[in-house]
Design a protein around this ligand. Structure first.
Ligand SMILES: [Cu+2]
Length: 486
């Protein structure tokens, strides 16, 4: 990791981006002593077999004039990066210094229900002001993450709206390749609030087919939804953190995570392309290059960039209000001194299938279907979501035979694009946007507005497995199902 720092420059950078004159002591009022530069920000990484996560209130300094209060791990948010070795047993000791029960979910790992960190699966809670040890053997290798898995309902200071998230890297035998620098970047929004005035940008691409669009749309007024205007990458708003400093010709490896509780995100770096190596930590069959990345809540992308356009650039969200609200980071080439530049990327549509290969296996004979619908204001002032006509909990609708491979088809009859996550299993995308593919292994799949997607998975992880939309509000209001082994 290259993590140098120049605090004064960070401040100037942020103020310039924010359109504010540089602050600090002016020569005329020379009484004010300049404070010493703070130490460089540390994004600690913990490794080995024994980890401790302390849950407690933290402050996050998104920018010098924007410091917020939330809950984090080990005094920071994002929490420390946890580096584990595939197949080597670990203990994660969780100390809960809050007044409410907590769960730590290890997202993307194939581990038993009692340590997966979901109440619905039967994982015991970490009691308030208590501790609990999670013991498991991490697998498979790749970029994973960990986060709280409590319900929030109408409390926007709970669950994944808080700062309780961090990267978890499972190291395998594979060679990560030769890169000059490596960065772990988590996309986040902060200080969420409810609104009924949402400008819906969930419709990922109006040109995509909408096979599940009902003939008659539900025109009842929608319920309150969650949104935010303040964003960051890791713990810094655009311009407030240190830039990523590069030299021409460098190959820089990025590990992106969308740790948002509320929205799918796009990311671009003007003049550069991302070559995608892995989706949700799993290597892709075809390492295609794209101008714009898309990550639903919970998704990860490992991608590298050839630094071959000297300048000072903003890597950020293509949507102006999101980027200007903080979702970005400056990429600065050596010996370049200028205002960070943003250029709108070429129009593009995110497509998982360009990273896949043609299908070579017949579709599994055993099938499961899930139909998702939204009931406007079906839960008081909030929308209710149903899976096959019912909000959570279901009875024994989704029963798995151990060792069987299933084709699970998602029918999204709602006007949102949902990031669908299945715990403790790996999903191979079989069909999406009306295209067949194979070899793209995911744990979270964004199914477009009124879209349909099929994923194949093998039921080889006995114990209950939670399925849900990774948008916290959708999960809290019905969008969940428990898959059980018969
Ligand atoms: Cu959703």
């Amino acid at each position: 990791m290259v993590e140098a720092s120049c605090a004064d420059m960070q401040r100037r950078e942020f103020l310039r981006l924010a359109g504010v004159a540089a602050a600090g002591a002016s020569p005329a009022t020379g009484q004010m002593p300049m404070p010493p530069a703070p130490p460089p920000p540390v994004r600690p990484e913990l490794s080995g077999a024994d980890f401790t996560l302390q849950i407690a209130p933290v402050t996050v300094e998104l920018a010098p004039n924007r410091i917020l209060s939330t809950i984090g791990y080990n005094g920071i948010s994002p929490g420390p990066r946890l580096r584990m070795k595939e197949g080597v047993p670990v203990t994660v000791n969780v100390v809960n210094n809050t007044d409410v029960p907590e769960f730590v979910h290890f997202h993307g790992l194939l581990i038993p229900s009692d340590v997966d960190g979901a109440e619905e699966e039967g994982t015991p809670p970490v009691p308030p002001h208590g501790t609990r040890a999670y013991r498991f053997t991490p697998t498979p290798a790749g970029t994973r993450w960990y986060h709280t898995h409590t319900m929030s309902m109408d409390d926007l200071h709970r669950g994944s709206y808080t700062g309780m998230f961090g990267f978890l890297v499972v190291e395998g035998a594979g060679n990560p390749g030769n890169f000059d620098q490596e960065y772990y970047l988590a996309l986040r929004d902060w200080e969420p609030y409810f609104t009924d005035q949402l400008m819906d940008n969930d419709d990922l691409d109006p040109l995509l087919a909408k096979p599940e669009k009902p003939a008659v749309l539900d025109t009842r007024p929608p319920g309150l939804e969650v949104t935010a205007d303040i964003f960051s990458i890791n713990d810094k708003a655009l311009g407030a953190g240190e830039p990523i400093r590069v030299r021409p010709g460098e190959r820089v490896l990025f590990h992106f995570l969308n740790a948002s509780a509320i929205e799918n995100r796009h990311l671009a770096l003007p003049g550069h392309k991302f070559t995608v190596l892995a989706l949700d930590g799993n290597p892709v069959p075809v390492q295609a290059s794209v101008d714009v990345l898309m990550l639903g809540p919970g998704e990860r992308i490992d991608a590298w960039v050839a630094m071959n356009q000297p300048g000072v650039w903003i890597m950020g969200a293509p949507e102006d209000p999101v980027r200007e609200g903080g979702l970005g980071i400056v990429v600065e080439y050596a010996n370049q001194r200028r205002t960070p530049q943003w250029l709108a990327p070429p129009k593009s549509t995110w497509d998982y299938t360009i990273f896949g290969k043609p299908p070579s296996q017949p579709a599994p004979a055993d099938r499961l279907d899930m139909v998702f619908e939204k009931v406007p204001r079906g839960s008081g002032k909030f929308n209710l979501f149903t899976v096959n006509g019912k909000p959570y909990p279901h009875d024994r609708e989704f029963l798995l035979k151990q060792g069987t491979r299933y084709r699970l088809t998602f029918h999204n009859r709602t006007d949102d694009a949902h990031p669908l996550h299945l715990h403790r299993h790996q999903l191979e995308i079989a069909e999406i946007y009306g295209k067949a593919t194979s070899g793209v292994i995911k744990d979270t799949v964004v199914v477009p507005t009124y879209g349909r997607a099929s994923v194949d998975f093998t039921a080889d992880q006995p114990g209950p497995a939670l399925f849900h939309c990774h948008i916290q509000q959708h999960m809290d209001f019905g969008f969940k199902a428990l898959l059980r082994y018969a």
